[in-house]
Design a protein around this ligand. Structure first.
Ligand code: NIG
Ligand code: FE
Length: 407
């Protein structure tokens, strides 16, 4: 594969701030090269610098050149929390919620997540792969070069494993969300967990990198979450939790005790939870689109950053609570609703998101040795990515040294 030189960029922007994960003041530290270039050698970045120093870069004679005039470059975005592997939609439910129905009531009456479970079970492995491919295209068009996606819409052995295989086949990072909801064929959560941990976990652990649980009233309680997570940790999976979305139900102390990678959502988290996370290594993954969609309070992002917590941002892309695959929209909300700066928002969905996926050594920065994942924006100030709510500034997406998407 020939080298790729992106030249004459107005700005080359990358999170700085020292080793990952970035906390506190370091989250907002950027390195910006004005009038710069990015040189990729194979699937890695070889050099980044000002055009004035390009002569010293020893660009191979057969390098492919991309014209960056008028553009800025940021690292490929990393979406560390999605439910992108689903079939069907919930547009009917959306209309009902617009008319006043509540998400939790719809869930309790067999709609919500369970409606997507029915559609996903019926889709078959090919149907699922097809749906995920479509969603993957949407994500790429918004600059996402790495995505995580959870199972949790199968809730039976066959479909959970089909979801995980589809995510891996699409190049995503698979998470086993075996404890998302209790499917209707089981009398209670404990009976379902007997099946999930006994018959699904041994196979899921061969494909997934992490396990996740929805710890919430109406889903799984803290004792059930503990049982699930301890079994998953014993099978070698990293641990993540959907916690404090509607109620504080003990997710943060459990995550800290078990050494989880992340707690995600946190719309209901109070000052004690903020303090605990600030003093821990568990990342807080904030999902402002879900809060916005469901009309919930926003998570305490500013307080978490100021307390020293590891903060990442993600879309939560799913057909119910967050039908939005755009990390630029998430960055906008981070700046207008969560009190983060554009620089903090960028670091939270690049380097810190890569940390949540265990890939901060190679993803999330434009620096030598990192994966050649680059997003070119058709604006000379990269902050338009957050400033222009719903703007379409992603012009070219490079993944592992190849152009994979162009506007
Ligand atoms: O993260 N909270 C639970 N799970 C997802 C929503 C899934 C759905 O509504 O289909 C979430 O918001
Ligand atoms: Fe989620």
């Amino acid at each position: 594969m020939p080298a790729l030189l992106v030249r004459d960029l107005e700005q080359v922007v990358t999170p700085a701030g020292g080793p990952a994960p970035l906390r506190g003041r370091a989250l907002g530290e950027l390195a910006v090269v004005e009038r710069g270039y990015v040189l990729c050698d194979g699937d890695r970045i070889a050099r980044v610098g000002p055009m004035a120093e390009l002569a010293a870069a020893h660009v191979p004679a057969d390098a492919v050149e991309l014209d960056g005039r008028g553009c800025s470059a940021v690292p490929g975005l990393v979406d560390c929390h999605t439910h992108a592997c689903f079939a069907g939609d919930r547009v009917e439910e959306f209309a009902l919620r617009a008319g006043g129905a509540s998400y939790e009531e719809l869930h309790a009456s067999g709609g919500g997540i369970l409606a997507t479970v029915s559609a996903t079970r019926a889709a078959g492995e090919d149907g699922l792969a097809h749906a995920l491919e479509r969603h993957r295209g949407w994500m790429l068009a918004h600059g996402t070069t790495t995505f995580e996606a959870k199972s949790g819409y199968g809730l039976d052995r066959e479909t959970e494993l089909a979801q995980l295989r589809a995510v891996a086949a699409a190049g995503g990072v698979p998470t086993w969300l075996g404890a998302h909801a209790v499917p209707p064929e089981f009398p209670d959560a404990d009976a379902y967990l007997d099946e999930a941990l006994g018959r699904v976990l041994p196979e899921a652990a061969k494909v997934a990198e992490a396990a996740d649980v929805f710890l919430e009233r109406g889903a799984f309680d803290a004792a059930q979450a503990r049982r699930y997570l301890e079994a998953c940790a014993a099978a070698g999976l990293a641990l993540r939790l959907h916690a404090d979305q509607f109620t504080e139900a003990g997710g943060i102390p459990l995550a800290v005790e078990l050494g989880a990678r992340s707690v995600d959502h946190l719309e209901a988290t109070g000052p004690d939870g903020v303090r605990v996370l600030g003093a821990s290594d568990v990342a807080a993954v904030l999902l402002p689109v879900a809060a916005l969609t469901l009309g919930r309070p926003m998570p305490p992002a500013r307080a978490l950053v100021d307390a020293g917590a590891v903060v990442a941002l993600a879309t939560d892309f799913n057909p119910g609570s967050a039908f939005c695959e755009s990390l630029p929209v998430v960055m906008s909300l981070a700046c207008t609703q969560l009190g983060l700066s554009p620089a903090e928002a960028l670091a939270a969905c690049t380097v810190n998101a890569a940390h949540v996926l265990g890939r901060a050594d190679r993803l999330g920065r434009l620096a030598p040795g990192y994966s050649a994942d680059v997003v070119l924006l058709n604006v000379s100030d990269w902050r338009y990515l957050a400033y222009h709510l719903g703007g379409e500034h992603v012009a070219v997406v490079v993944k592992e040294g190849r152009v994979v998407w162009e506007r």
